[in-house]
Structures are given as C-alpha cells and as structure tokens.
Design a protein around this ligand. Structure first.
Ligand SMILES: [Zn+2]
Length: 54
C-alpha cells in the first residue's frame, strides 16, 4: 500500500497515511492536528512488505 507523507501548511504538522488511489481520488486528507485541508502531499514510497523467501 502506498504511503503518503503529508505536511500541514497551517500548523506544520507532519503525518503519515496509507491511502489507496481510490481514497486519493475521493477526497483530500486533513490535518489531524488542526483539521486543515491545506496539506502538502509527499509520496514516500511503498511499504516494504516483501516476504519472499527463495
Ligand atoms: Zn495542521
């Protein structure tokens, strides 16, 4: 699942969310601290859940 790093433009709070593409399309996240929707999204990559064993 893609992890997104967000940073609030209002209070500067940084928070990490795992969101699907559908969630991304359905609405923007809001800051858990001040509930502002003025957040910057920073894509951080995918969760390394590789349980491959050879
Ligand atoms: Zn905030």
């Amino acid at each position: 699942m893609p992890m997104y790093d967000f940073k609030c433009k209002k209070c500067g709070k940084e928070f990490l969310l795992a969101r699907t593409l559908k969630q991304q399309e359905s609405g923007s996240p809001f800051c858990p601290s001040c509930k502002s929707k003025s957040v910057d999204k920073v894509f951080t990559g995918f969760m390394a859940k590789t349980s491959r064993k050879s």
